[in-house]
Every structure is written in structure tokens, then in C-alpha cells.
Design a binder for this molecule. Structure first.
Ligand code: GDP
Ligand code: IMO
Ligand code: MG
Length: 425
């Protein structure tokens, strides 16, 4: 199989980083296709814990070309920090490639993000405040700054003049957060960033990816966030500003849909969400707390405690349909060790009627109650299991139920954060 898309099936943090790293050892290329440094992808190799925000999770294999695709938004200062941190741990970035078409997150994007969140008060999305949304807004408004602009001082100056004038006006007058930007300093900073990353920049990253496809190379597309955070298919407006779903990989990397062979959905054995917005199976009491503590559910980017709850089959079915999943990687099964009873949401009840389809209208979603079935838990620990047969029978039954709901086969089960804690089916 030449192209596999890895996609989050919930609200992010399903363990995409770990699964990408695992599969990357047999790949030639790993491509990030959307999002930015709102993502936090954890890879644990022995004692070392790496938290990647922009650099693809295939970077630990020197033979793997790692591409930051055109669909990603890049904060160059964060990219350089990540580069320094990885190089400090003896990880080479020689195989990194950055699309010159990717958009650049500017200081005013971060200020706008923060100002919008502040003003929204109770209705706030709970963004990562990394400037992601405002940067994508500029992209679609067609006055965004792309990586290629960092190499044309005149163009960059002209774009900055316009953007600084507009953003300063909006932030100061509408949001009443006082900001001022020094155009010459910003110009100097960003041309400097451009120079610092120049060795990695490729004019048309899609050509690089498509050439690799033609040569029969094995390529992984690493999604960030998850299906329920998708701007079109998630719980709008409590979503991110890009398309994490599998279809987003085509646009964000510049490949044709027919090039995609496999879509691997990463599925946490329960569900978490960071930030605001609906979460039908959320457990706000002791169970949620237990899941959070056992699963170390704290954001890899912002450190915020993640909201936790039971596995949601309605969300799973939605993700299966939108992404066309051909396989599942179930993660964090070990976190459920020791629970006497485990609940699975199999439908929602809306005004007395059971529904199976995820309501896209938030008003309707808010009127829904999850319908649960209960399955017996298992007392043993699963974190040392190397084969499916070594899992307790009740854990195998639970996995079978997840697979049935998702209408997709499980191809791997993760039973711990470490690279080696994986069962391949
Ligand atoms: P991503 O954003 O989808 O890459 O996921 P994150 O890295 O934000 O969050 C997943 C967290 O769970 C990280 O801390 C991982 O190290 C950890 N993790 C991944 N798989 C497993 C697993 O099977 N069991 C346990 N206990 N932790 C895991
Ligand atoms: P990974 O790739 C979990 C959430 C934020 C917020 C919403 C919008 O690690 O799974 P944004 O800053 O994107 O405008 O915030 O999306 N969010 C994530 N939640 N994992 C992520 O990435 C996320 N990236 C954004 O918490 O609710
Ligand atoms: Mg994460």
C-alpha cells in the first residue's frame, strides 16, 4: 500500500503521534497536511518523551522524509524551537521539507485569537490561542502570508503594511486589547526566520509527494486534531479551523483522492476533549477523574486537563463514514484496566426517540442523551500484552464491540505510551 492516512476519530489526542511513529519505521515519507502548533503529538522512545507540534512524527527515522504540507499553518518561531529541541536530543532534521505554500502564523494572529476568546466569555471555544483560526481566516481572505513571501522583502513589507493596519484597528477598536506592531521589526524577524528555515523549504511540496507516489514509495499522511474538531464535520463552532478528516489530506498535501489506499482511524478506548463544546458521553464526576488520572489526560500543547468520558459509538460511526476508515488503531486500552463495568454509548436519545446519526445541529445535539450498554471490565493489567490472545477475554469482547460499532477491523491495539507497547493484528 502506498498512501495511508492517519486520522483522529474523536476530538483529538487519540494517540496519532504514537501510531504515526510506529508505522513510520516502514515508510519512506510522513506528511502533515493541516493544522499547526495547536497539535501536540507525543512519541515515547524508551525514557525520552517527545512532544511534536509541527514536525511530523516520522522524524525519528533518518530515512523517512518528513514533509510539512501546504495545508499546515506554520509559526516559524515555534518551528525553530522544536528544531532546536530535537537537535538537542540528537535527532537529525536533514530529511525535513517545508512547503513554500504553507501559511505563516504572525504575532497579530495570536493576539486576535486571544482577544476573540476573551470577548466571547462563556461562549468561548477554548482555543489553544496559537493564532490558528485567524491565520486560516487570512488564508481564505487571500491576504495571508505564505512561507514563500518570507523571501521577497518588498512583497512581505506590502502585505505587512496592510495586515498590521487592519489587525491593529480591529484588535484595538473592536476587541479593546491594546496592541501595536513595529513593521520594520516584524519584517526583520520574519525574513530572519525565513533564512533560518530556508534549507528545508521546497517550492512545491505536492510535487515531492506525488513523485514519491509515482515511484511506489510508502507514504503516511499524519492528521492533526480529529474528526469532531473538523471545521465542516465536527461540532461547529467548537472546532478547529481546518479539515483533519481524511479528505483534508488530499487538499493539504496536494494529492489526488485515488492515490489514498488506506485510512487508519485512531480511536481512544474512551473519549477526551480539551476546550469548550458538546461532549455527550462526558463524565464530570469520579469516573471522569479516574480516566484523567490513569490516562494522564492533560494537554500536550497547553497542559489543560482534558475532559473525559465513555466511548461514543455515535461519534465513531460518524467518523467511520466521513473518513472511509479501512482500519482502526485502538489506543489506551490499558487505561480501562480495573474498571468493573465499562459503558459504551450505542445511540443518542432525542425527544424520546433513539437516533444513530450524529446531529450536526448543535441545538439538537444539546437535547440528546447518550444511550449506553454496559460491558464487564477486566481485573488484569493489559500493558504487557504482546498478542491479542494475551488480552483478557473481556478486553477482547470490548474491542470486538468497538470494531462492530465502527464497521472496521482493528489492525492494532496500543496498551501503553511506549513504542513497544503495541499489539498488531
Ligand atoms: P495525539 O495528539 O493524537 O498524538 O495524542 P497525544 O500525544 O496528545 O495524547 C496521547 C497521550 O497518550 C500521550 O501522552 C501518549 O504518550 C499517551 N499514549 C498513547 N498511546 C497510549 C496507550 O496505549 N496507553 C497509554 N497509557 N498511553 C498512551
Ligand atoms: P492534536 O493534534 C485536542 C482544540 C482546542 C479547541 C479547538 C480550537 O494533538 O490531537 P484551535 O487552537 O485549533 O483554534 O482550537 O480545538 N484543539 C485540540 N484538541 N487535540 C488537538 O490536537 C487540538 N488542536 C486543537 O482545544 O477546543
Ligand atoms: Mg495531542
Amino acid at each position: 500500500m502506498s498512501v495511508t492516512v492517519i486520522v483522529g476519530t474523536q476530538w483529538g489526542d487519540e494517540g496519532k503521534g504514537k501510531i504515526t511513529d510506529l508505522l513510520a519505521q516502514d515508510m519512506d515519507m510522513v506528511v502533515r497536511y493541516q493544522g499547526g502548533n495547536n497539535a501536540g503529538h507525543t512519541v515515547v522512545i524508551g525514557e525520552e518523551v517527545f512532544k511534536l507540534h509541527l514536525i511530523p512524527s516520522g522524524i525519528f527515522f533518518p530515512k523517512v522524509t518528513c514533509v510539512i504540507g501546504n495545508g499546515v499553518v506554520i509559526d516559524p518561531a515555534v518551528l525553530l524551537e522544536e528544531k532546536a529541541s530535537l537537535e538537542g536530543k540528537k535527532c537529525s532534521l536533514d530529511n525535513l521539507r517545508i512547503s513554500s505554500q504553507a501559511h505563516v502564523i504572525m504575532p497579530y494572529h495570536k493576539d486576535l485569537d486571544a482577544a476573540q476568546e476573551k470577548k466571547a466569555e462563556a461562549g468561548r471555544i477554548g482555543t489553544t490561542c496559537r493564532g490558528i483560526g485567524p491565520c486560516y481566516v487570512d488564508k481564505y481572505s487571500r491576504y495571508g502570508i505564505r512561507i514563500c513571501d518570507l523571501y521577497h522583502t518588498d512583497i512581505l513589507r506590502a502585505k505587512l503594511e496592510w495586515n498590521i493596519e487592519e489587525k491593529t484597528f480591529i484588535i484595538n477598536n473592536y476587541y479593546k486589547s491594546l496592541v501595536s506592531y513595529d513593521l520594520d521589526k516584524m519584517l526583520g524577524d520574519y525574513t530572519g526566520y525565513g533564512k533560518a528555515i530556508k534549507q528545508y523549504v521546497v517550492e512545491e511540496s505536492s510535487a515531492l509527494v506525488n513523485d514519491s507516489i509515482k515511484q511506489g514509495k510508502r507514504i503516511l499522511m499524519e492528521g492533526a486534531q480529529g474528526t469532531m474538531l473538523d471545521i465542516d464535520h465536527g461540532t461547529y463552532p467548537f472546532v478547529t479551523s481546518s479539515n483533519p478528516v481524511s479528505g483534508g489530506a488530499c487538499v493539504g498535501a496536494g494529492i489526488p483522492p485515488k492515490a489514498v489506499d488506506e485510512v487508519l482511524g485512531v480511536v481512544k478506548a474512551y473519549v477526551t476533549r480539551v476546550g469548550g463544546g458538546p461532549f455527550p458521553t462526558e463524565e464530570t464526576g469520579a469516573i471522569g477523574e479516574e480516566l484523567r488520572e490513569k490516562g494522564h489526560e492533560y494537554g500536550a500543547t497547553t497542559g489543560r486537563p482534558r475532559r473525559c468520558g465513555w466511548f461514543d459509538g455515535v461519534v465513531m460511526k460518524h467518523a467511520s463514514k466521513i473518513n472511509g476508515l479501512t482500519g482502526l488503531a485502538v489506543t489506551k486500552l490499558d487505561v480501562l484496566d480495573g474498571f468493573k463495568k465499562i459503558k459504551i454509548c450505542v445511540a443518542y436519545k432525542h425527544k424520546g426517540r433513539e437516533i444513530q446519526a450524529f446531529p450536526t445541529d448543535l441545538e439538537r445535539l444539546n437535547q440528546c442523551e447518550p444511550v449506553y450498554i454496559e460491558m464487564p471490565g477486566w481485573e488484569q493489567t493489559t500493558c504487557k500484552a504482546k498478542k491479542f490472545d494475551e488480552l483478557p477475554q473481556n478486553a477482547r469482547n470490548y474491542l470486538a464491540k468497538l470494531s462492530e460499532v465502527a464497521e472496521a477491523k482493528i489492525s492494532m491495539v496500543s496498551v501503553g505510551p511506549e513504542r513497544t507497547q503495541i499489539i498488531k493484528l
